[in-house]
Design a binder for this molecule. Structure first.
Ligand code: SF4
Length: 442
């Protein structure tokens, strides 16, 4: 059974008398277990839907739907499947108390992997789940592989009952499913031979594996499970050498690098980041792979459209990891607009100094960085540190924060999103809306 949360005005569902709270029981004789069943089974144009209205009435709707017309309803969010692991490097284990509640949910859900690109380990996958993935052709999936050698994976995921990932992926690949994979590297556990064996196994799966991201483990001052080595420059450089070898092979034999190092790995190794072309269609940009190249590309493409801001002083708040990248971008913006850009690098007060990513800055960090800065005309902050509801990780809303600061502050993904909008200046208008750049647009 799935329950209706919202019904669109004038849509088919409203015409039928479906209201919020209605339980949808079956479609064409098949029981509905979740949103996936609804999405796939209701795709037919001829439907017999059994439903139970909130007043208890049970109704059967027989519908001939005009081709392509949506049903006009939204379901209640699904119950998220929790993970069965206790990974050495789990980000959630490294979260302090008092953050946004959804951050503490350990989801490991193949359905969200397909629907939203969330990474899943597949450790809680049952035979019936595999059958569904194959029937509904849920592809591509985003898989946290970390290691293919079984024993190494058991240790990494802290789960002796974890299934054999090579067998799982092989079965899915034989059914036509493709994957984007990630390997979070924990020094001493899955670097070196384990990494090499894992990449070999994934390569052997052929076209089923569309991309692999190699990502350094991110530990905060609250991480307490893993007590081994943390990632350093030498380790990052060694990992990039693996990436380079496999990328060369990928380019030669498959026309794509296939394996990508995350941006953080290049920054840790003090290596120059590849250009945008390297990332082809940016298959793992949400995983921090190619974000800097995409940012550079967007700034370069949008620069000529920016108006003159002669004499304005604009502060740009960022995390430590971007402090070396930003000056070249701000210089280009200064030359184009005439404004004076000041880079304001701030540390992460919540996760500690080892967490340097701009997207993990919290409201308190922004407040501290901009306190007393009424000499600025405008400040831009990383839009990635605010969720779709306008809330920072520390559960403070952007609206509240903005009300406490002495200057206009705008979240921005790439500077041109805000500076190119009509309301950037004069500064008293509504805050321009930073639009999340889509991978397709990059
Ligand atoms: S799979 Fe591992 S990293 Fe992901 S939530 Fe579970 S324990 Fe944490």
């Amino acid at each position: 059974m799935v329950r209706v949360r919202r019904v669109e005005d004038g849509g088919i569902a409203q015409e039928l008398g479906i209201v919020p709270g209605t339980e949808l029981l079956t479609v064409n004789g098949r029981e509905l277990a979740d949103f996936l069943d609804w999405e796939f089974l209701s795709a037919d144009d001829e439907l017999v839907i059994e439903a139970k209205l909130p007043d208890g009435d049970q109704i059967v709707y027989e519908i001939e739907r005009p081709e392509g017309e949506p049903m006009g309803l939204e379901l209640e969010p699904p119950t998220i499947r929790r993970c069965a692991n206790r990974c050495e490097f789990c980000f959630i284990e490294g979260l302090p108390k008092g953050l946004r509640k959804p951050l503490y949910v350990r989801d490991d859900d193949y359905r969200l992997s397909f629907a939203y690109g969330n990474f899943a380990t597949l450790s809680n996958l049952k035979d019936r789940d595999i059958a569904r993935i194959l029937e509904y052709r849920l592809s591509p999936l985003y898989i946290s592989v970390h290691a293919t050698p079984w024993e190494a994976r058991k240790v990494l995921l802290n789960n002796p009952r974890v299934p054999n990932i090579v067998e799982q992926l092989t079965r899915l690949a034989e059914g036509g499913i493709q994957f984007h994979c990630q390997m979070v590297i924990v020094p001493g556990l899955n670097d070196g031979d384990v990494l090499e064996q894992s990449l070999t196994d994934l390569w052997t799966l052929g076209d089923a594996v569309m991309s692999v991201a190699v990502v350094p483990v991110g530990l905060t001052q609250f991480s307490h499970l893993y007590t081994g080595k943390s990632m350093d420059q030498t380790m990052a450089e060694t990992l990039l050498q693996h990436v380079d070898r496999w990328a060369e092979r990928g380019n030669e034999q498959r026309g794509t690098p296939w394996v990508f190092g995350s941006d953080e790995l290049y920054l840790l190794a003090s290596r120059q980041l590849p250009d945008a072309e390297y990332y082809v269609d940016f298959p793992q940009i949400e995983n921090g792979v190619g974000s800097v190249a995409a940012l550079r590309q967007r700034v370069s493409e949008g620069l000529s459209e920016l108006p003159c801001f002669d004499g304005k002083r604009i502060g740009v708040v960022t995390g430590i990891s971007m402090s070396d990248i930003m000056p070249e971008l701000l210089d280009a913006l200064r030359k184009q607009t005439g404004a004076d850009f000041e880079l304001i690098v701030t540390t992460n007060s919540l996760f500690g100094p080892t967490t340097t990513t701009a997207g993990l800055l919290v409201a308190a960090d922004i407040r501290r960085a901009l306190a007393g800065r009424d000499d600025l005309d405008l400040a831009l902050i990383p839009a990635e540190c605010i969720n779709d509801s306008g809330v920072f990780l520390d559960d403070e809303s952007f609206a509240d924060l903005r009300g406490q600061l002495p200057i206009p502050v705008h979240p921005s993904y790439d500077f041109v999103d805000v500076l190119g909008s009509d309301s950037a200046f004069p500064l008293l208008g509504d805050a321009p809306v930073a639009r999340r750049p889509s991978a397709a647009a990059q």
